[in-house]
Design a protein around this ligand. Structure first.
Ligand SMILES: Nc1ncnc2c1ncn2[C@@H]1O[C@H](COP(=O)(O)OP(=O)(O)OP(=O)(O)O)[C@@H](O)[C@H]1O
Ligand SMILES: [Mg+2]
Length: 382
């Protein structure tokens, strides 16, 4: 019995020892685990903190300390990633700054551009004024030059006549003037008079053209009339000029168009266009067709005039409206016709004019102007 008790007591002591030993081992194990894993936990905590900071935008930690092993690798990987992110962000910020700089530079150049544009417009206006003055100067010089020729011819004719008259008078007074010589003198005087008349008429025409160019706008009367009826009258008045040619002419009007306008200006425009077709468009006796289409379109009138003659060379097209541009210098052309047309259409009729032409395909002139003009509208429009 005692031995049984002794065995039991020994077993109890063993159990207690085992328990104590187990508890001690457990504590030791936990302490070892704690000591060994503490750096890992703190590294993980720092890692988590850093990531939270990054998420909240509080900057990027360039490197993370971590113990050895897989965690160290993770830490290093994350550090590399964070460093890459930091460098990308730095680049992004730099690019953004550069962009902002560029935007402000663009704003500055925009402002400069706007200022340059304003200066350019002012210069352009100045140029237009200068051009107008130069054109007027050219006009006066051209008129002087053009008038100089017929007046010069006239002076020569008169002085030659005057010396002939002195000669004939002397002979007459001396009783030496024969019948034949008197006849020659009279023929000669008549020829000189004709020459004088044609040259003085040419000079007078030039003076009146010059007056038209200067466009005395108040001289022409503003009144109400039927445009179709009026323009056919103008065509009819041109029939003597068309008589000697093989040119047909037609006119179409799309409506009864009553206008309050300047009939004188319209007649002058159409006359110049038709005379140009006759003079420049065709060879003598050549067949051709002149056409005028008149349309009423809203408050505006459109006149389209066409011929099917030889047309205008491309290099001349831009000069046709210039004063004194003519391809018939010395053969009766003064180069004022189309300049007058342009001035009348844009200045007096308050309209616009377009000229289209190709060599061999005739000429088309498109004119648009308001059907009704208010008195004084030209001065209101400058
Ligand atoms: N219908 C046309 N066909 C061919 N050329 C034309 C026509 N109309 C004008 N031109 C060209 O345009 C030029 C200028 O015409 P513009 O009427 O101004 O002067 P011009 O007829 O030569 O002289 P002016 O009319 O003063 O007697 C002409 O010389 C001619 O070369
Ligand atoms: Mg002409």
């Amino acid at each position: 019995m005692l031995s049984i008790l002794l065995v039991l007591a020994k077993q109890h002591v063993d159990l207690a020892q085992i328990t104590v030993f187990s508890l001690l081992s457990l504590a030791l194990g936990y302490a070892t685990f704690y000591v060994l894993s503490r750096p890992h936990f703190s590294a993980l905590l720092r890692l988590a903190n850093t990531l939270r900071n990054i998420e909240q935008g509080n900057g990027v930690a360039p490197s993370l300390e971590a113990p050895k092993g897989e965690l160290k690798e993770l830490g290093e990987g994350l550090s590399a990633m964070l460093a890459a992110m930091a460098s990308r962000e730095a680049k992004f910020v730099a690019a953004q700054r550069e962009l902002e700089l560029k935007v402000s530079e663009v704003a500055v150049s925009n402002a400069e551009l706007a200022a340059t544009l304003r200066r350019l417009k002012a210069a352009q206006e100045q140029l237009v004024t200068t051009e107008k003055m130069a054109s007027l100067g050219g006009l006066v010089a051209g008129v002087a030059h053009e008038i100089n020729t017929p007046v010069g011819v006239g002076v020569t004719a008169v002085s030659s006549m005057s010396s002939r008259i002195i000669d004939v008078r002397n002979k007459y007074q001396a009783g030496e003037l024969g019948h034949r010589e008197l006849n020659d003198f009279l023929d000669n005087t008549q020829q000189h008079c004709e020459l004088l008349l044609s040259n003085l008429s040419r000079a007078a025409e030039l003076v009146s053209s010059f007056k038209q160019v200067a466009v005395d706008q108040s001289a022409d009367d503003l009144r109400e009339f039927d445009l179709g009826v009026y323009l056919s009258e103008v065509w009819r008045s041109l029939s003597p000029q068309l008589k000697g040619t093989s040119l047909r002419y037609d006119m179409s009007v799309n409506d009864d168009i009553r206008v309050f306008n300047y009939p004188g200006a319209l007649s002058q425009v159409l006359t110049n266009l038709v005379m140009n077709s006759i003079t420049h468009g065709y060879e003598r006796g050549e067949e051709g067709h002149l056409q005028l289409d008149v349309r009423h379109d809203g408050g505006e009138v459109e006149l389209v005039y066409r011929d099917d003659g030889r047309g205008i060379a491309p290099e001349h097209l831009g000069q046709v409206f210039e004063p004194f541009f003519t391809t018939r210098r010395g053969r009766g052309g003064s180069g004022l016709g189309m300049h007058i047309v342009y001035n009348l259409v844009t200045g007096q009729l308050l309209g616009s004019i377009e000229l289209h032409s190709e060599p061999g395909c005739g000429v088309e002139v498109k004119i648009r102007f308001p059907a009704n003009i208010h008195p004084g509208a030209q001065t209101e429009n400058g």
